[in-house]
Design a protein around this ligand. Structure first.
Ligand code: LLP
Length: 416
């Protein structure tokens, strides 16, 4: 389904006018297409049906409760990376028995919370972390289910900051150490070894790196399956890339599936997946209003009311997001789309052809459904923006715009 498109010269989110939403809720504004989320979830489940995976939506991509609830209603599990994410999943009605918990620095209180909630398993990054889980589990009188994260040492051919499965990355354990870690964990009293995990990176546009990694990991998984009686899950992580640029081809879930399912079928383990961006990235936009257009030396700057604090991907990864005018136009200008933040890195598009716009016009930053709001901050004391979800012709505010008092909530005077 097409989440965002022009109808009669105006940009629509499914069946709702983007201009009307911007007028009603103000800008900057994140708008999400619920229909897109559901159709992407179903397309991935369908593509992978030969192995009937448990899809654990990766909460970090977009952690709004309405988004989590949408996936929970589809039967989705969740991939979390903090106690806060588990809390969000629980608030949204997610099933803790379908939660997998990743991350290199889990704290004792977070581990305890996850054990009390009875999550499916922890994906473990090191031997000391396994020991910590065993220790907390012992104190609670339970067993912690664990799957070590292996770093298969492949290059996912994506941005360096979002590669995780290369030899130099901090994530996972190398092939030799991971075997050692399993042997050590097997001796820890309150652990059950239930599987193996990998996640090689994000925004991967070809199936090859996945296949390369799977080839390495399948051998290890078969070996572990023979060694440990409770070993039953192969968690293949996330990473499916989406289309950000018009000339880019997204990684089709079917292409991804055909590269991986033969290996997975042969393994005969229960498959867990952790898709994030692939489910939500193209299902969200960030709508902003032009504040001013100015020229300087040799450049044109279109200044908008959204900044790097609202969407940090361009500043952090030189990420490309398409910019569309909310009222359709063919007129173009060349320049930078910049925000109000006091940083030269505060741009949403740099040296690009942009829709010609004047102060007061609305622009949409496309493909902002993943790692948009969830990475936003209040830098420069800018309250976090509102989020709206649409489905067909229905729309609802799913997060209020923050106000100035929210900025100082919790602060205390230092009195001498
Ligand atoms: N599983 C694990 C263990 C992860 O670390 C991640 C993402 C995912 C699953 C979901 O990956 P996805 O399907 O979304 O590619 N902020 C960056 C992306 C960071 C990804 C972090 N880990 C960006 O805006 O591009």
């Amino acid at each position: 389904m097409k989440a965002f498109g022009y109808q009669g010269g105006e940009l629509f989110a499914e069946g709702v006018s983007v201009r009307e939403l911007a007028e009603r809720y103000g800008t900057p504004l994140y708008i999400y297409s619920r229909g897109h989320f559901i159709s992407r979830y179903r397309a991935l489940a369908e593509a992978m049906k030969a192995v009937k995976p448990l899809l654990c939506y990766s909460v970090k991509a977009n952690s709004n409760g309405a988004v989590l609830r949408t996936f929970a209603e589809q039967g989705s599990g969740f991939d979390i990376v903090s106690g806060g994410e588990l809390y969000r999943v629980r608030q949204a009605g997610g099933d803790p028995a379908r939660v997998v918990y990743a991350g290199v620095g889990k704290s004792m209180p977070e581990i305890e919370y996850a054990l009390r909630e009875g999550i499916l398993f922890f994906t473990v990054e090191s031997e000391p972390e396994a020991a910590m889980i065993s220790q907390v589990a012992q104190r609670l009188g339970v067993k912690g289910r664990v799957a070590f994260r292996v770093n298969p040492g492949v290059d996912p051919r994506t941005h360096t900051y979002i590669s995780t499965g290369k030899k130099e990355n901090k994530f996972g354990l190398d092939l030799e150490r991971v075997r050692h870690a399993y042997a050590a964990a097997a001796k820890m009293p309150n652990l059950e070894i239930v599987g193996l995990h990998m996640h090689i990176g994000s925004q991967i546009l070809s199936a090859e790196p996945f296949a390369e990694a799977m080839k390495v990991v399948a051998e290890l998984a078969a070996e572990l399956k023979a060694l440990y009686p409770g070993f039953r899950y192969m968690d293949i992580g996330g990473g499916i890339g989406i289309q950000y640029k018009p000339d880019q081809d997204a990684l089709d879930p079917k292409t991804y599936a055909s590269a991986l399912t033969p290996w997975l079928q042969k393994l005969g383990l229960e498959v867990v997946m952790e898709p994030g961006r692939g489910l939500v990235g193209n299902g969200g936009i960030l709508v902003c209003r032009v504040v001013a257009v100015k020229d300087s030396y040799f450049k044109k700057f279109v200044v908008i009311d959204a900044g790097m604090n609202d969407l940090i991907r361009p500043a952090l990864y030189q990420a490309h997001h398409e910019i569309q005018a909310v009222r359709e136009t063919d007129a173009r200008v060349f320049g930078d789309l910049v925000g109000p933040i006091c940083e030269s890195g505060d741009f949403l598009a740099a040296d690009r052809e942009l829709p010609a716009a004047q102060a007061g016009d609305l622009l949409a930053v496309m493909s902002a459904g993943a790692y948009g709001f969830s990475m936003s901050s209040t830098y420069n004391s800018r309250p976090r923006v509102a989020e709206v979800m649409v489905e067909g012709t229905r729309q609802a505010l799913v997060r209020e715009r923050e106000a100035w008092p929210d900025l100082v909530r919790g602060e205390r005077a230092f009195s001498s």
